[in-house]
Design a protein around this ligand. Structure first.
Ligand SMILES: C[S@@+](CC[C@H](N)C(=O)[O-])C[C@H]1O[C@@H](n2cnc3c(N)ncnc32)[C@H](O)[C@@H]1O
Length: 372
């Protein structure tokens, strides 16, 4: 192939841009970024290349660069609602909630039917305890023809009291988009800002009970593996490690760490239902059941996939009663009575239950069950 950068014709720009976009769509940011930069070197006013480069910077946690690109997009194209929304998201990541709110509202004025600023603004308001305003945002989204499953779920979460009549799980598109947008900064933000240690805590729990479980050389299944923090915590303990997640960008971060034998982009319930019987020694789900209220199918399929004596280690945010609740945070919590009933009726023995802080200010429980 000839070097398109040496010929600054519009054809060349198109070819470069297509290459850049293909790399970006495959989550290969290391290849995409220099290609977008080449497009811009030839054609500095290329709005979409500038916007995508801003996204790539945002996904890598390069906030200053991302903001500079989005501001340039808005200079060139003042009604670019996606750039406004993403500028808001960067402000929010940096803790500037007021500015973030402003940008989300500007994005909605520019494109009232755009999904993401409704989601972002509603969640921002919810996290500030402004539940009625958040509900207004979701109602506006629904009135604009927004996705009923998505905005119904968020609206349920924005009720002021925990709801146990809500939907049984978060919509897939919502999970995917949330974590795709978050992947670049996930490890740093969770571990450094929020003191998140659940993967290491679950692995410690397994090691403490390894004599009761399947022993050191385990075939491990990591449900909702995200960026692969469970793989980091396991180190070389696992004989094989397979990860499943909905978010392509989270999976790409896990892939770069090189610890997983296989990574699958799928919903964990659907993936488990098609997985082989008696193929795993250990199933781990770190901070994932906050996106699934109901766990019946998960317990059933995990029991089937585990070999006898295998371990099932996971965390939950816990609640009162005998069931699960959708909290105003938009996350689910499961009660000990519910989890332990599913375990006892599902062919598991309870090996350990420990109270922990899941992340800053959020209490929860770690569980280790053993398949009978
Ligand atoms: C809070 S992160 C935790 C990631 C990882 N387990 C860790 O501890 O770092 C939750 C992850 O679960 C994934 N997830 C949520 N619901 C899912 C589902 N139904 N199927 C597959 N992945 C899911 C999200 O995409 C996200 O990567």
């Amino acid at each position: 192939m000839s070097d398109p950068a040496s010929d600054p014709s519009s054809d060349t720009v198109d070819v470069l841009y297509r290459h850049a976009l293909a790399a970006y769509d495959q989550n290969d940011l290391a290849a995409a970024v220099p290609l977008f930069e080449q497009v811009l070197a030839v054609s500095p006013a290329h709005v979409e290349a500038r916007y995508k480069l801003g996204n790539a910077c945002k996904e890598q946690g390069h906030w200053d660069a991302a903001m500079a690109h989005y501001r340039e997009v808005l200079r060139l194209s003042p009604r670019h609602a996606e750039a406004m929304n993403n500028l808001g998201a960067v402000c929010q990541m940096r803790g500037s909630s007021g500015e973030a709110e402003d940008w989300y509202r500007q994005a909605l004025r520019a494109r009232p039917a755009l999904t993401q600023p409704h989601v972002n603004l509603g969640r921002l308001l919810q996290s500030a305890g402004r539940h009625a305003e958040a509900r207004d945002v979701y109602d506006a989204a629904l009135a604009q023809g927004g996705d009923a499953g998505l905005f119904g779920h968020l609206r349920d979460a924005a009720t002021t009291t925990p709801s146990d009549t809500a939907s049984a799980r978060a919509p897939e598109a919502y999970v995917r988009e949330t974590f795709d947008a978050f992947a670049g900064d996930f490890d740093r933000h969770l571990q450094d800002d929020l003191g998140y240690r659940v993967p290491a805590q679950l692995v410690e729990l397994l090691h403490r009970h390894s004599a009761d479980c399947a022993g050191a050389a385990m075939d491990v299944l990591d449900l909702g593996c995200g960026t692969g923090l469970v793989g980091d915590a396991l180190g070389s303990t696992a004989r094989s490690l397979v990860g499943v997640d909905l978010s392509g960008r989270m999976l790409e971060a896990a892939r770069r760490k090189g610890r997983y034998a296989a990574l699958h982009q799928a919903d964990i319930t659907a993936w488990l239902a098609a997985a082989g019987t008696g193929t795993a020694d250990c199933v781990i789900a770190a901070d994932v059941f906050i996106y699934l209220g109901e766990l019946e199918a998960i317990f059933r399929e995990v029991q089937r996939c585990l070999r006898p004596g295998g371990g099932f280690a996971f965390s939950v945010e816990s609640c009162e009663g005998d069931g699960y609740r959708l909290l105003s945070s938009g996350r689910y919590a499961q009660s000990p009575a519910y989890v332990e009933r599913l375990g006892a009726h599902g062919g598991f023995g309870l090996l350990a239950r420990e109270a922990v802080f899941i992340r800053q200010g959020v209490e929860g429980l770690l569980y280790l069950f053993q398949r009978r």
